[in-house]
Write a protein that binds this ligand. Structure first.
Ligand code: PA5
Length: 426
């Protein structure tokens, strides 16, 4: 379902030279002997996921959708990005779905929080609070405000029916609150970290509420699992992508720009940035993940990519079939000089822009390009793509001898912030 092409980065033999290392890393991932092996639950998840819980997600999503016109997801990082990426990619940015899904708990901005609470005042609202640790400050702060708003609006008993908590099965403050208040709860598995959790209830419930077929998403996930069972670099495109990343960094490319031509995939880029940034950026190693949406950003970052310092390569994520297309009209008087496109599809124009840009960046600008092509923006493709990037991420980190599944560095800002906020940490 995904094709990977490294020819625009001029890599061929170099990739196959990594086969023995990839075999070893693949074995370590599959037999759980690699670094961070407590967090590899996502590897077998396409088969091991809890089918009863999955059915409950679907019925809860229906119950929520019947009750609200706005579904508010309260979470940050891995407890936020995947669901938003999925919903925007599959529904587009001007969705006609009855339920609007909004995100809070991912910022301390008083403007953002106050405006959203105000926006929710005259709406029918349901809430999904998501936190694996159950103690993340951004999420807890927003949830206290949301909970108060819901209780004032619906009363304690009815608001409890409108709030769902996704958290650890036993530990953490959120689990305690959920049990005390009688919220329906879903479990974030112990052995799946935040940035790998979009395939668990963390992502599945909001995605289902948004009207997306989560069965299809799991079908894509299963297919990817099967396609990636082999470590053969000629067959496993996720591993070929991982190896290409390593080779390009060894050539001095310390930044990777995730490029899409679909504005509705810009949150996929944010999700991808977290996945690779938090997994790989440690021990003084890693590639800086950044992103751009073309052709929009060709009018801003395009200049740097073309002629600036040669620090980066691009990973171009192309979509074969757009969600929808339209034909460019002819005008009797060609005042704007655009009649040369009359009768052409807009998607064709987008694809020609991509082809011309690839040539400009690769040939004239000497910027290597890795091409990842997905068939469409469907739920099945999203599931497949998640697993593709998970496998690529784990492989790229194991090749660097890094634990992909921890994020010790993110604690430093929290420590300083808590000191400044006067939090008692004893
Ligand atoms: O990838 C991660 O583990 C992090 O980004 C977490 O998802 C994020 O910090 C939110 O954590 P929690 O779900 O515990 O609130």
């Amino acid at each position: 379902m995904i094709t990977f092409d490294a020819s625009h980065a001029h890599l061929r033999e170099e990739i196959s030279a990594y086969q023995a290392k990839v075999d070893a890393c693949h074995a370590a991932l599959m037999n759980k002997s690699g670094k961070g092996n407590d967090y590899v639950g996502w590897v077998e998840w396409p088969h091991t996921y809890d089918k009863e819980e999955f059915a409950r997600i679907k019925s809860c999503a229906k119950r929520m959708a019947d009750m609200c016109d706005v579904f508010v997801v309260c979470g940050i990082g891995g407890s936020y990005l995947g669901a938003r990426a999925a919903i925007e990619m599959m529904n587009g940015l001007f969705s006609k779905q009855k339920i609007e899904v909004l995100f809070i708990g991912n910022t301390f901005s008083s403007t953002y929080i106050a405006q959203m609470l105000d926006y929710l005042k005259d709406k029918e609202v349901c809430v999904n609070v998501i936190s694996k640790s159950g103690t993340t400050t951004e999420t807890s702060l927003a949830f206290r405000l949301l909970k108060q708003m819901m209780e004032e609006k619906y009363g304690k008993e009815d608001s409890a029916k409108r709030i769902v908590a996704t958290t650890d099965k036993a530990r953490g403050t959120l689990k305690k609150i959920a049990d005390e208040e009688g919220y329906e709860t879903f479990v974030i598995p112990d052995d799946i970290g935040g940035r790998f959790s979009v395939i668990t209830p963390v992502g599945l419930l909001p995605i289902a509420v948004a009207g997306i077929d989560i069965d299809e998403m799991m079908t894509g996930l299963k297919q990817a699992y099967e396609d990636m069972a082999t470590s053969d670099l000629k067959k496993n495109s996720a591993y070929a992508y991982a190896v290409s990343r390593r080779i390009l960094q060894n050539m001095g490319k310390d930044a990777e720009m995730f490029v899409t031509y679909e504005p509705s995939m810009s949150m996929v880029a944010e999700w991808w940035k977290q996945l690779f940034g938090e997994s790989e950026g440690k021990d003084g190693k890693g590639i800086l993940p950044c992103s751009a949406t073309f052709s929009t950003d060709l009018h801003s970052l395009g200049q740097f990519i073309q002629e600036g310092k040669k620090v980066l390569y691009e990973t171009l994520v192309l979509v074969d079939q757009p969600m929808t297309d339209l034909t460019f009209p002819s005008a009797t008087e060609d005042v704007d000089g655009m009649n040369y496109l009359a009768g052409k599809s807009i998607d064709w124009v987008n694809k020609m822009a991509a082809q011309g840009t690839l040539e400009a960046h690769e040939v004239t600008g000497n910027v290597p390009n890795l091409l990842i092509t997905i068939p469409d923006m469907s739920a099945k493709t999203f599931g497949y793509m998640c697993y593709f990037f998970f496998r690529a991420c784990a492989m790229t980190c194991y090749l660097l001898d890094i634990n992909p599944f921890n994020q010790p560095g993110v604690e430093v800002y929290k420590k300083n912030m808590f000191r400044l906020l006067g939090k008692n940490e004893s």
